[in-house]
Structures are given as C-alpha cells and as structure tokens.
Write a protein that binds this ligand. Sequence first.
Ligand code: ATP
Ligand code: MG
Length: 786
Amino acid sequence: VDHMSEEYLKYMQSLNKEQREAACSDTSIPLMIVAGPGSGKTSTMVGRILTLLKEGIGPTNILAMTFTTSGASEMKERIGSVAGKAIAKELTVSTFHSFCLQLCRSHAEKLGRTSDFLIYGHGQQRKAVIEALRLMEDSKNSDHNCGPHKLEESCQMNETVQYFKDKSKKWQKFVTRAKAAGKTPEDFQKVGDEISASILGNYNNILRSCNALDYHDFISSCVMLLTKFPEVYEECQDTWKAIVVDEFQDTSGMQYNLLKILASHNHITVIGDDDQSIFSFNGADLCGFDSFRKDFPTYKEVRLTKNYRSTRYIVEAASSLIHHNVKRFHQKEVYTDNSTGSKILVKECHNEEAQCAFVVDKIIELTSDGSDNKYTFGNISVLYRRQVTGKAFQTAFRNRKIPFNVHGVAFYRKKVIKAILSMLRTALPGCEDGPFRLSFKALLPCEKDEKKMVINYIDKISISGKCSFISAASDIFGAKVSGTFKRSQLSQGRKVLGTLEMISKLVRREQSISAVVSSVANMLPQKYLLEKRAVVDLEGGKLLNEDDDLRSVIQYLLEDVSDFLSMHYGSKEATGKHEPIEAGCIDVLQAFIDCISARECENFRSRKHDNENSVTLTTIHQSKGLEWDMVFIVKANETELPLLHEYNGVVEGGGTLEEERRLMYVAITRARRMLCILYVSLDSYCQLLLPSRFLKEIPEHLLEYQTVRYLHGNQAGVSNNAVPLANSVSPNKPSIVACRAHNNVDENASNDLVELAEANSGNMFLQRFHVNDRPTVSHLFHQWAK
Ligand code: ATP
Ligand code: MG
C-alpha cells in the first residue's frame, strides 16, 4: 500500500488540474466526463480506478468496461504499473459482451438454457432467422399441413430456399435491432404488427430449443436476470461496488439499462465523447448522456479541453471537420499547446496499387531516417473504412518485409477458425448437433457439391429417424442404413467419424490446451489452404506460402490460448506442457472457446498479440482510443469514406453521413505527429473515383496536396466526371490535371477541361495522354514547365 501511495501520488501529479479533480472526486457521486479526443479521458479513468483502490475498494469489486480488448489490456497494464501487477490482475476490465456472457453462463438455467449453451454468431443467426421465416409461412399454410421439411422436399425447394435467403437479410437486421432495443414479440403484437411478432417469437423459440443465445441476447438476458431475479441483483450489488465505463458514447440503450441497474448504488463513472460515437449500427445511440443526467441526478460533470495527443494542425483539422455535423450534443472546443507540426499530407494515387506503394515507400523512408525524428514501425498505423481495403496492404508489406499486425475480427470469422472451434466443441459434454455438423462438413475432404449432397443426406436421415446428426452419420457410415453412397464416400465418412472420436479422446487425455488446439487444427484437410490461395490469387496479390499461412493461423490461435491463460490463470506458457490444467481441461477449454467465440460477435474486438515493433493495419472502428505517431488514412474516397449505402435508405445529409464524419474524426485524431490522407482516382474497373468530401471540410492551410489528377478522356462521360473533380481542386493549390485520352477524344470534353483549366488560372495543367500512359509527377512538371 505504501508503494501504492507513492506511485499513486506520482500518477496524480502527471494529470492536469481538471483531470486530477475528476479522478479524485468523491467516489460516491456519479461522475460524467465528456471531452474530446486525446484529452486524457482514458488516463483520467485510470486515475479514477486508482482512487477507488486507494479508498479501499477491493480490486475484485471494481468493474471497468471498455470497448475493445486492446483498450482493456492497456488499462490493466497502466493500472498494474501503479498499483502492482497482482492487484491489476484481480480487476475486472471487460467488454460488455464478455461480462454479460459470464453472467449468463452462471445463471443459464434461469434463461432456460444449460450453462454450456451455444453462442450463435452471424451465420447461425441467419439460419435461425430463415427457420423463423419458414415457420411463419408454415403456420400461414397450416391448412395444407405443409411442414418445414415437406416444403424442403417439394419440387420448388430451390426457389423456396432462395426466397427465404433473400428475405432473411432484412429480417436478420430487424431481429438485431429489435433485440438491441430490448423489444419482445409482445411489443410488436401490441401495435398490431403480427408478422414482426411472429418472426421474433419464432426466432427466440428456435434459439431456446437449440440451447443457444445470440450475442444480443447476452445483454438483454442480463437485464432480465437482474430485474426478475432479486438474488442475481443482490449478488451483483455485493460484487460490483464501483463501475467505470470508458467510451460511453458507444453504449447501446440496452447496455445503458444494464449499467443503470448495476450502478443503483451511484458509484459510477462514465467517460465519453459524443463526437466519437461510431457504433450506431450496433444499437448505440447518443441518448446515453441525457439518460445518465436524468437517472443519476446528483452527478458531477467534468469537461477536459486540452488535447495532449496531437499537433496543432491535426487538432485544428479535426475540429473544423466535426463542426460540419449539425447534431452534436456537446459543443466541445479543443485546443492544444503542442507545436503546429507538419501539414497534413493529402496524396492522390491513381489506383489502390499505387496507394500501397506510396504508403510502403513512405514507411520505409520514415523508419530509416537517421535522425532523432525517426519513426518506429510500432508507431505507425494504416487506417481504412472497410476491412477489404487492408488486404492489399498485407501483401505489399509482406513483399517489402515490413512487419505488421492486423487488428480485426476477420480472423475470428475465418472458416478455418470456425472449423477448429467447432471441432473442439464436439469434445465438450452435452455438445449439441451444430458443432458436429460443422465439423463434419469441415473434415470431409470431398468437393463442394458432393459434400453438400452427403450432408443433406445425413440431415434427411436424422430428420426422418428423429435422431441427432451425429448418430445419423454413425448409422450411415457404420453401414447400418443402406445408403446411396459410393465406397469412397463411405470410407471418407468413416474416417471423419474416427477423427471426431479422436478429438474427444484427445481432449480428455491431453493436459495442455495448446497441444489440443494444434493437434485439432492439423486434422483439417488441405482444402483450407487451397481456398485461401484462390482468394489471394483473385486479388492479384502474390501467392502466399501455403504452409506458412495455415501455420500462422494456428500460431495466432495458440497466442490466443496463451493470452487467455495468462489473463485468467496467470500462466504464460503458450506451447509448454505446464499449463495449469490437470483435470479441468474441459472446463478451461469451454472457457477458452467462449472467449474466442465472444470475439467474433463483439464487433471489432482487437487482437493483442501485436508485436510492439510492427505497423498496425486496422479499420477505423477498431482504432478507437488508440494512438500512433504517424497515421495513414487510406482510400478517403467518396462512396468509401463516407460509405453510404442506398439500400440503407441513407440519403446525403442524413444521420449516417454524420456518423461517417465522426468516423473520419476518430481516424484523424489517432495521429500524434503526422497524418497522411490518401485517396485513389481510379477503381479496379478504371472508373473515376472522387476524393472524399471530408477533405474539403478541412481548411486548406492545414493541408499539403500531392496530387496528379487523371481524367479519362475516352469515356463519353468525361465532362461529367471532370467537373466535380476539377471543382474539388481549389484555385490556390497547385494541382495538375492530366487528361488521358484516346486519339479520338471527345471534343466537348476536352473543351470543358480547357475551360476549367483556364478558370483555375494556370494552376491546372491539361495534357492529353494515350489511355495506357501513366505519366509520372516529374514528367508532368517537366511538361508544365515547358
Ligand atoms: P480518446 O478520445 O481518443 O480515447 P482520451 O481522451 O482517452 O482519447 P488518452 O488516451 O487518455 O485520451 O490520452 C491521450 C494522450 O495524452 C496519451 O498519450 C496520454 O498519455 C496523454 N496525456 C493525457 N493527459 C495528460 C497530461 N495531463 N499530461 C501529459 N500527457 C497527457
Ligand atoms: Mg480514450
């Protein structure tokens, strides 16, 4: 404790006055900190937790909620360095989802589930929605007594399946939203919406009968447990004496309800920035702040206005951008005492390939600089709006030997990871049919169509025989059922059954989870590698070393095992044989699978096996709360950032445009010293792309443009394309327009361009090129000078 007081004082001294006041203020008064990016919110939250500890609240009685795992582990580290590792380990720093998952597991029977219930991810949720739709159609047609399986057998089967698949997308969204809002089927019934009521009701029943919860259920189920079961409420009150929530702007209404109940003792601190709210698709809404004011009327509010993270140019650029949002709850003016820094580099690249090349060159240049200003790989990140944009960078980085780490859930959505997890699941007691079916599918080495046929046949036998998938499979391949299969198929099926049995034995025999995971992974057929290869091939990237690739997936998973063990059991042995698991392997395995499955559903949970010295590739969503010296925002194009989908019913200027702007705001404010925004001018079909409108919302004097604009002259629409593009070039920044054209260039188009060039008083330069030519910048300057 003495050690702690000294370190505690030191930490408090590192905070500024407002931060310190907030961190040390009366812990029985609800506290709300609203402040802009980089103002030390998270640092203050750490201070707050330290104060709680100092006041004698046990580490096991503090619940800290963060939005990403990287946030969670960073927080534990920071607390550990002040309060000591042992104390930090006892703290619960969790995401909403993993916190709720645990509570659900310990009270599963109250939810009509067993404690080993399954977690339905996106794919399984979709299937359940399809089933719910079918049931509804069936009940409509109940006169004809047309059950779901009859329907399947009917000649229209394919059409029907397609019909449900098409509809299911919409209804899956509906289910997600309804759950996030805490709606029950009865709510829809009350307003006469029978269809919605029936689908949601069916869906819930399906999940119940499958002993499953989807990830929206975690939160609402916890709210239900806390409100309907006084003993659960008491238990939580006894355990969680103080609650601290970071990134409060991203809590959904349901998550807020949970907080409200948990924090009825008023020992709550919430910290957030409404301008950084970027998870509305996940049910987050900005009402949280207002609700907090209403529900905790004795609250104290603190504003932090000084940005410590970024240079002045970056802070100014971010503030100007966010001022374009109309719906802002708190107008926060942020300032910084940091130096102006260098201007924000805006770079146009003719396509994504060139964009990668630029980033790679720049990184190599920055990191090999001999001066003190040198950047390290670990201090650089590349941010993008959509996961796919990052793929090309992985290839480019690999080719140029730049170490990188990818933050992303994509990893956990990989087929191979799902296959490995379902195989592991089959070994757990009380395992339902689902994992067996998935594993069977994964392990069967035959081609897609053949596989489908085999699986469908097993499904059919299991339905008609009213037995489980796995016992149907045993009957078929044990030749108890005279089947339609070829000999080769029979032997394949038998082999799969053998493998599944082996997994189950392995889990019971092996004493180390890592050993189990790697043996199971190695049982997968080679096909998993081939699939991967096809993908990389299509993207025009270099082929990966196949072997390396599966190995790296397994390696990642093993690192997860080690993270998991060290987080929960204090052991760091990843591959050693001395994990603290003797008899309890199955329990630990179950917990591990849970932990990994929760990652898939917790949107944008980051991986934290990051090498300290590697460049981070991540989506903007996942970059929340983090910071780097140098940040590249790539593909800042219209239709990408903002990413506006018409099918979402989003119109320009709609609420979602504001959310996209907030995303750009989050991205910009991740940078400490240097920011580079890139956009591309041509997509892979050689269609012209426009730079993001957000670039125009940043004041000119903060930007340094490096652009070569290519206009296509061989398309009829060139003048249409040229006008908006040329308009986005402001008169006072040196800019070049290169007109690439066939010889038979459309006269009108080029006239338009000439006019535009003249209107821009010589800052524009027009040159015709053959469509295949790609003049370099220096070539163009040379021409211009002439
Ligand atoms: P975000 O909104 O992006 O989550 P934040 O408000 O949580 O940002 P922090 O991550 O806590 O900000 O802090 C940003 C940076 O500023 C960190 O590098 C932190 O160490 C530094 N910082 C915070 N407070 C101070 C302070 N009083 N003096 C010096 N540096 C500080
Ligand atoms: Mg923060």
